[in-house]
Design a protein around this ligand. Sequence first.
Ligand SMILES: Cc1cc2nc3c(=O)[nH]c(=O)nc-3n(C[C@H](O)[C@H](O)[C@H](O)COP(=O)(O)O)c2cc1C
Length: 183
Amino acid sequence: MATHIHILGISGSLRRGSFNTALLRNAQAMLPEGASLEIADLSGIPLFNQDDEHAPPEAVVALKAKIAGADALLFAVPEYNHSIPGVLKNAIDWASRPVADQPFSGKPAAVMGAGGRFGTARAQLHFRQIAACLNMLLLPKPELMIPSAQQKFDADGALTDPEAREQLKALVDALVAWARKLR
Ligand SMILES: Cc1cc2nc3c(=O)[nH]c(=O)nc-3n(C[C@H](O)[C@H](O)[C@H](O)COP(=O)(O)O)c2cc1C
């Protein structure tokens, strides 16, 4: 029997109607056999202050534990001003400290995104730089960039575009295979 893979999904948007959080919810519904996906909640993470890196707030401790316990990470990254949102960078900065105790190193991960004219391509490139800095093992391909997201989801957040659904399924399957390969 294949090893169970538990994925932690992290969305860079706190928006109620977020397409990126919706993307993670759609991924939850198309997981292959032997995989689970939990979506992290970044809404309680305060602004990073290095004074507190050795005694971080409870929400950060909880997030770090979830990252450490996951077999793989799946980031859903909106594009804000050609980069990743501050909400996501802030959470990553907290979790990355102190360096000796950062849970990203060696962690299989994948990135995807929905929204905007180029489907978050520029934000994902920035995200790849950050992931490399933290020694995440980021899946090189397939890539998933969903432009014009408002036309690809219904009012309930279901991804209705057949091509995007196929691409999301391919990414999720590849991440699970990647995590099993790297165990
Ligand atoms: C502060 C801000 C900056 C944005 N900058 C960009 C951008 O540079 N490129 C782009 O394509 N879309 C940009 N957008 C549009 C977002 O990508 C779009 O609203 C997307 O749906 C946000 O993700 P979400 O639906 O998960 O909240 C920006 C939106 C905000 C709020």
